[in-house]
Design a protein around this ligand. Structure first.
Ligand SMILES: [Zn+2]
Length: 144
């Protein structure tokens, strides 16, 4: 996944403004790179809850660019996060996320062992357990 964050960084690195009084000459470059990585990682692992990734990343890093670069920065972010999102959407449902972590239903079977079935991306439960996602919201205030 990091090829997407590196691509954003490479396109924009030449326009990053460093603080001439800062302790480290590359501090802003470092922050831009980390912010790009964090956004792409969140897109990969938390896609369902990450509503506006391009706007979020732009808000995080725009301060490190001059006014004249702002529109280009936003366009570059939008383009590469779109590529990343298309890449993620095309991944086969093979039971692993892009980092190789196995996907598993959040429910337990009647025997008390974790359900081994593939979860649905939008609620984390397999098709036979997805009714639990609906009751979950009702139960949690009572359990607390
Ligand atoms: Zn299940």
């Amino acid at each position: 996944m990091y090829r997407f964050s590196r691509a954003i960084y490479r396109e924009l690195a030449g326009e990053i403004v460093e603080d001439p009084h800062g302790a480290c000459a590359h501090a802003h470059h470092e922050r831009v790179l980390r912010a790009c990585e964090a956004a792409v990682e969140r897109l990969a692992t938390d896609r369902h809850y990450f509503a506006r990734p391009a706007r979020t990343l732009f808000a995080d890093i725009r301060a490190y660019f001059p006014m004249s670069s702002q529109l280009r920065v936003l366009r570059v972010i939008e383009r590469y996060l779109q590529f990343a999102d298309e890449f993620l959407a095309k991944q086969p449902q093979n039971g692993f996320d892009v980092y190789g972590n196995p996907l598993q239903c959040r429910a337990s079977t009647r025997k008390g062992t974790p359900c081994q079935r593939m979860p649905l991306p939008h609620n984390g439960y397999c098709p036979s357990h997805q009714h639990l996602a609906e009751t979950e919201e009702l139960e949690s205030p009572l359990a607390a």
